[in-house]
Design a protein around this ligand. Structure first.
Ligand code: FES
Length: 73
């Protein structure tokens, strides 16, 4: 398997929001489709809306926004 396929599999398996089982791939797709803040991503994906109310996932989403935001996807 090539590196891109491995990354896609890892993105699907890695849960960013554990409370709602939201994968990194869903977060990356939301960023790709224009979400540019944690609140926008939460609204689109359902992350941050349950259990810990985003205490565990907000900082991970911020990191993904910094890394994959705008032109980096
Ligand atoms: S980990 Fe996202 S709401 Fe708890």
């Amino acid at each position: 398997m090539d590196k891109k396929v491995n990354q896609e599999i890892l993105d699907k398996l890695t849960k960013v929001c554990i409370c709602n089982a939201i994968s990194r791939s869903k977060i990356k797709n939301a960023i790709k489709e224009g979400a540019s803040t944690v609140e926008e991503i939460n609204k689109v994906t359902g992350s941050g809306s349950c259990g810990c109310k985003g205490k565990r996932c907000s900082h991970k989403i911020e990191q993904l926004l910094k890394y994959y935001g705008k032109d980096n996807l």
